[in-house]
Design a protein around this ligand. Structure first.
Ligand SMILES: [Cu+2]
Length: 216
């Protein structure tokens, strides 16, 4: 028993001393405005495959919009698409990383959709043309999404060198072209900044006003 107590205490001290690192991202567009909903992904530079632990999550449908509009998940994550509207939706994707279609439904569909391949999955609804959402499926478990202020922090990283890149629905150019290095081998924080060129949004972002002019 005494040995067990000693072992537990030792493990706790070890955990408290374990050094972690973080990468803070700061993203603006070419007008200097903060970029929201950008996904920042860190991949170990030496090619080490980090362990992934997918946990089920949800993308709601509220007021005939996907909420959140952009979600980043690690590969293998099951996602439920509950419908909180009082009309039915028919969620689908034609994206190569995940083709699926949920039959017209209200409430919570019985099955979660498992995003099992890395890539960008564009969501749509067969009933409401303007509904668009994005699931960024990451092969690395280290990622974060920028808020309104254009910043994101990837916390609790094992100290090592990383390659960091950014994806955004309106990114003009390839995700690959955004690659930067961030070396946090000694722990602590690294700040990585990007100025991104974004395309104009090609689809209507908001649902039509609720005065009956919408097509639904
Ligand atoms: Cu819909």
């Amino acid at each position: 028993m005494r040995v067990l107590v000693f072992c537990v205490a030792f493990a706790l001290i070890g955990a408290a001393n374990a050094q972690t690192a973080e990468i803070a991202a700061r993203i603006v567009d070419d007008q200097g405005r903060p970029v929201e909903d950008a996904v920042v992904v860190a991949v170990p530079a030496d090619g080490t495959r980090a362990p992934v632990r997918p946990r089920e999550t949800t993308i709601d449908q509220v007021d005939r919009e996907f909420t959140p509009k952009v979600m980043a998940v690690v590969v293998g994550t099951p996602v439920r698409f509950p419908n909180h509207d009082n009309i039915r939706h028919q969620v689908y994707s034609f994206s190569p990383a995940k083709r699926f279609e949920l039959p017209l439904y209200a409430g919570v569909p019985a099955e979660a959709v498992v995003f099992d391949k890395p890539g960008v999955v564009i969501l749509g609804c067969n009933i409401h043309d303007w509904m668009i959402g994005y699931v960024y499926v990451s092969e690395s478990p280290y990622f974060a999404k920028t808020g309104k202020d254009g910043t994101a922090v990837i916390a609790d990283l094992p100290p090592r060198a990383y390659t960091v890149r950014v994806w955004h629905p309106q990114l003009d150019g390839t995700e690959e072209s955004t690659r930067k290095e961030a070396d946090v081998t000694r722990g602590g924080a690294a700040i990585v900044a990007w100025t991104l060129k974004l395309r104009a949004e090609s689809r209507v972002r908001r649902a039509p006003a609720a005065d009956g002019r919408g097509r639904y």
